[in-house]
Each structure stands twice: as structure tokens, then as C-alpha cells.
Design a protein around this ligand. Sequence first.
Ligand code: UD1
Length: 385
Amino acid sequence: MPSQPPSKPVIVCVVAARPNLMKMAPILRAFAKPDFAARPVLVHTGQHYDADMDSDFFTALDIAAPDFRLEVGSASHAWQTAEVMRRFEPVLDQTQPAAVLVVGDVNSTLACALTAAKKNIPVFHVEAGLRSHDRAMPEEINRVLTDQVAELLFTSEASGTSNLLREGIGAGRIHFVGNVMIDTLRLRLSSAPSVAQVLRDANLAGFIADGAPYALLTLHRPSNVDEPQRLRSLLGTVARLSADVPVLFPLHPRTRAMIHQHDLSDLLDAPGLACMQPQPYLAMLAMMQAARMVLTDSGGVQEETTALGVPCLTLRENTERPITVTEGSNAIAGRDPAVILALSRDILRFGGKAGRVPQYWDGHAADRIAAAVNTWFAQRRRRRP
Ligand code: UD1
């Protein structure tokens, strides 16, 4: 009788929040190829759960249903992180994985990395080494600590590699693979709808004349939206900008809640400003690609605008993705209304910077990750036959 081929070891892959999905989709595709050394098992922690922040993205990005759902939901950082750990541990006990792969910098990234590391299960971190050097950002804590417990670290830009080396991580564990989020952008861009269609779907038909310039705004960082004075100042600045150029503003649930809580809704009444529900992935790509400029505090949007060559102003004092500034189309505008307005008007008048696409933001980052993981498994087999 022919003997059964040995079953592949399991690699647990974790998703949690909206931006994780764009990063994980190409990785799962690369891991599904027959020559990949392991069998992926997908775990969704449930940090994001609204359909327009979550399940719609599974459909749009062709991600299979998760094998495990932890349904953690929203809570304080400590509660959310602890609850993910508590619910993730039994999944590891049940699946006995050879490795756990986490992406990005959300609370679930750290929670799952720490749970695995405590059980001596090797952790692979995709999008490692990014640093804002601002420890007041919850994501910075998640990045630093996840990298410290990771066995393989996949970087998306050169700064990631140099930050890790500076923090004492061995060069042999660091792989510069490029940007998986841009893998997804390159694969999906040609399927994006027209902006006119996006506006029709959002009941905003005619808000922007065909081909007329507009700005796109996203805001969700706690440092921008949780403090009422700052949120008031930013929304007031955008309302003023909207007198020069129409502004489309898909509202993150955190931001919507804060505007409501602090009674700031009147600032959204400017005639040139249109608020929208959180948008599907392809609609966001469509709106980014055709925008005259993008204003954002999102890391992913900084990268996507760089890949698209669309001028971007980051409404923060720093970025953990410096290549979007040194090579890409991004500039740090900070939060001073006068500076934001001056930089915006410069872009509207002179076009802003187009930049160039960074190395390895070429649609093949996930293939490089799969190759490095295959090598790791081959070395592991040699270590323990
Ligand atoms: C999280 C990540 C952030 C990432 C962002 C992308 C952390 C620390 N932050 O921030 O890095 O850029 O996701 O969106 O992990 N909510 C809903 N529906 C949802 C999800 C959230 O209504 O599906 C609301 C809840 O009121 C919740 C709030 O949004 O309390 C914040 O959600 P949370 O996941 O804690 O953080 P984000 O601000 O989304």
C-alpha cells in the first residue's frame, strides 16, 4: 500500500482589524500554493466586527472564512489585549502550530504574538520594524514588543530593517520583502469602480462634477480624535479647506462616536464637506486614485497614496513609514491649522509631489514571505529530522 504523505505542519495566521485583511489576503494566496511547506489556519480575533469594517472586506478580497473566530470586540486596551490572549491560547493548544504569523501593529497583533511566544511557538511578524518613535501611540508599543518576541521579521522598507538592527535583532532573522498591502492594491486596482459610482452608492451623486478636483480625508488615530479640542481644530480646518475644494470624508466608527460624544456634528455641516460610511476597499482605492490630494492619519493610506503617486498630507507629527516621505508622495503636515491649509493650497495650486514607488512595492512581497518561510521550514527539518 502506498504510504500517505506526511501532513504539513500548521501555520496559524491572525487577522483582527480592517487593515490586517489587505495585508493577509496576498499572504494566504501565496501560502495556498502546493509547494508551500505548511498548512495555514486562519484565526480572526474579532477586534473589528461591523460588516463595513470586516466581513465586506473578506468578500472583496477573496479571503476564505476564518477557521476560528474569537469574537473579542471592543474594549479598553488592557481588556482587549488580555481577552485576545485568553481566547487565542486554546486555539494554539488545539492546532499545535509550528509557527504563528501576525501582521501590522494592532492590539491583537501583540496579544497573539505574546501568547505564542509564551508557549515557545515561533512568531513571524509581517510589517516589522516600523517606528514612529512616539511611545504615546498604542501601535508603537505593539510594534516594539511584537518585534522583540518574533523569530522571523519581514520588513516593508529599509527603515524597518535598520530600526530592528538598532534594537539588537539579529540580521539573519530580518527579511526585507516589501509591502504586502501594495500586493493587494496592485491585484485589485483594475477592479475599482468609478468615483461617480462610489458617490452614487453613497447617495452623493453630483457632489463632485465628473473630473473635478476633490480631497479625500480619513481620521481615526486616538491622538487626533479622542481629545475634543484637537478634533474640533482638525474638523474646523477641514471645513475651511472645503471652501477651496470639495472634501470626501469616510467616517471611522471611532471618529463618528467621538464627534457625537463631543457635540461636534455642526462642524460637518460645511457645504463642501461630505461624510460617508466606512467605504469598501475598492471604493477607497477609487477615491484615492482620483483624488487631487489625500489628508490622513492612517499608515496604510500613506502607503497606498505613495503607490498611486497621489499627494498625501499626514495629519500627525511623525510617521513610522518614512519612505512615504523620502521617496513617496507623502508630507508630514502635523496638526497646525495654518500649516495644513498652506500645504493643501500649495498642492491644489501646484499639483504636489508625485514621488516614486519604493523598492519591492511591486506586488510580490507575499511571494518573498512564502519563500523565506519555506526556507525556515527546510532548516527546521534539518535541525530536527
Ligand atoms: C484599530 C487599531 C489601529 C488601526 C485601526 C484601523 C489598535 C490599538 N488600533 O483602531 O492601529 O489603524 O484599528 O481601523 O489596535 N468600532 C466599531 N466597529 C468595529 C470596530 C470598532 O464600531 O467593527 C468602534 C468601537 O466603538 C471601538 C472603536 O471603534 O471602541 C475603536 O475600535 P478599536 O478596534 O479599539 O480601535 P480602532 O480605533 O479601530
